[in-house]
Structure formats: C-alpha cells, structure tokens
Design a protein around this ligand. Sequence first.
Ligand code: NAD
Length: 357
Amino acid sequence: MSLSFDHTTLPQRVVFASGGAARNIAAQVELLGAERILLIAGRTSSPLAETVALDVPVVARIDRVRQHVPIGHAEAATALAMDVAADAIVAIGGGSATGLAKIVAIRTGLPIVSVPTTFAGSEATDVWGLTEGGRKVTGADPLALPAVIVYDATLTAGLPTRLAIASGLNAVAHAVDAFWAPRADPVNRALGTEGLTALVAGLHGMRASADDLGARERTLYGAYLAAVAFASAGSGIHHKICHVLGGRFGLSHAEMHAVVLPHVAAFLVPAAPDAAARISAAFGGAPAHLALFRFSEQLDAPRSLRELGLREADLPEAARLALEAVPPSTPRPVSLADMRQLLTAAWAGTPTPEGRP
Ligand code: NAD
C-alpha cells in the first residue's frame, strides 16, 4: 500500500522532570520574558501552586475553575487578565484550569505555561471548549495551544486514586479515538499507539501502588502522546458523544470518558482492523473488543453513566444530540437505534457484545 498523508505538528515546548516543577516553571516564564503572571489554579491545586509558583511574578490569581468552562468564568478571567495587564498565564491543575487559560489566551493573545496535575492532556492540544446555556461548543485555535508544558509526575500524587484512574482512562480515550478520527494519519496513529502502550503499563502500575512514581511518569508520558495524537487527528465519535454528555448533562469529564470508551470501541473495532490490531497489541494480544472492558474492571474504574448521575429519561435526548455530531470518518454507519443501544449499555454498565451497540 502506498504511503501518502498530510500531517501538521503543533509547535510547543515540553519539559518533563519529576520534582522539577518549581525550577522549570520559573525558567520557562523567564524565557518567555514574562513579568506579570496571571496564575490560574483551582482550589484543590492552589496549595500546590503556592509552592511551585513561588519564584514567579504573580500579579493576579484565579481559583474559580469549573469543568467545560462556563462562559461567565471565561469572561471574568479575561477581564481580570486585561485589568492587571498580565503578560503570560501559568495554569496549574487539571483540564479545567488549562481550559479556562485557553479561552483567556484566545481573547488576549497571552502565552500559557501549562502545569498539569491530572492526565487529561488538554495542555498538549489547541482544542478549546466553552459552555453556554447548557451546550458545550468546542473548536481549535493556535492561540489556545500552551507555549510550554511543564510536566512533573509528583504533582499528580494528590489526586484521589479513583480520579487518577478515570483521568488516565480519559487519556486512553484520546489515543484510541484518534485511530478513527477525521484526520487520522500514520504519524498520529504511531503517537497514539505508543501513548496507549505507556498508559496501559502506567495505569496498571498506579493501580498496584499509588506511590509508584515510575508508573505515574509512564502514565503522564502516555497522556501527553495520546493528547498530541488527538490534537492532530481531531475528535472521533467517542469525543463527540462525550462532549454532548458533558455539555448538556454536566457529567464529570474523566469518569464519563472512562465509562463510554469500551462501548464505542466494541462497536467500532470489527469495522476498524488497524485500530483493533493496535489496541490488541497494547493489551498484550487480548481481543480488542474485550480489552478495554477488562482494563476498566482491573482498574476498578467507574462503569456506568447511571452512577455518574445521568437519568435514564435523558437517554433519548443524549442519543439524538450525539448522533448529530457523529463524524463522517467513523468506520461504520451509526443509526439512532445504534446510538440509543450504545448509550443505554453505557448507562446501565453492561458490556457491549462485539460489533453491537
Ligand atoms: P479537572 O481539571 O476538573 O480536575 C478534576 C478534579 O481533580 C477536580 O476536582 C480538581 O480539583 C481535582 N484535582 C486536580 N488536580 C489535583 C491534584 N493535584 N490533587 C488533588 N485534586 C486535584 O478535570 P480534568 O479531567 O483534568 O479536566 C476536565 C476538563 O478538561 C473538561 O472541561 C474537559 O472538557 C477538558 N479537557 C479538554 C481537553 C482538550 O484537549 N481541550 C482534553 C481533556 C480534557
């Protein structure tokens, strides 16, 4: 088969060193020539931020962050950045802190230094999200891409295990969904494959021992690669479904990804042999349609949308909205009945048989 593709690599500096956050944040802020920092760190990450941003010239702080970036938060943060004449943003926390920083960056042109404390991967993408009137809108903008990522696996140590596992599975979803996303190509598939392999090993290690720093490093490395693959390949059907569930029904981001992914994968792998082979290889040869269900069980991850608070009565609307968003690149046709069955199985937490929703 001939090889032909059109791939874009996003420009970004990545500094990765466990225990190096304070030193590396200060150095990267200096390299940017920034002297007036807007520090964004949610309440749970604030104590951490106080320590690692000690040597940074902070002129204003925001600790009010929420998932899916409510428009009111975005407007208040942008106004503050302009009022204090900030010249860069340091965002410390999960995808919610980075997500808010991205909207401020788009509206002000300020560069972001992103310091992740979860495995969400938002720091490695130019994808932004904003929620208004119960509907989440997403898009891509070069201004949203953080100029620098400072990774330090020790910063993830405070994450409760359940959240850490769900967040790692959010990263797994980036890798897997990239295999059939609209701009999937050999380069982002290779990054997704390496990312998935690192995530499987890292998450097993973290489950076995929360103190295993090597496992946290592998998970963070895998989360970065998976996010780069996702940014390059675009949102596949899995992400489109989750954007509907998160924006319309307010479900918690990482847990929702953890629940939905095995169902989407089981439905699609019979029509996507290359993806099936990559998933199977990452799980040591296990059948791809079962591997992600088994992985969730082994990690004791959340299994149903019901336990995340979605009401059964919401399923018809969720299926209708999700179907509207299905990308044409999806390897098999999806009917409303397919989507209803897939979401019903995810809601109840019952495994999807191979190839059936
Ligand atoms: P989050 O940022 O909301 O964090 C989840 C929870 O973990 C929060 O309660 C937070 O306070 C807590 N937390 C974070 N770091 C902690 C730490 N070190 N110690 C203790 N608690 C900590 O959730 P998330 O899953 O990281 O990100 C979700 C958001 O990011 C969503 O809005 C999602 O849409 C967005 N996202 C965007 C992209 C993208 O490419 N644009 C990718 C992934 C996620």
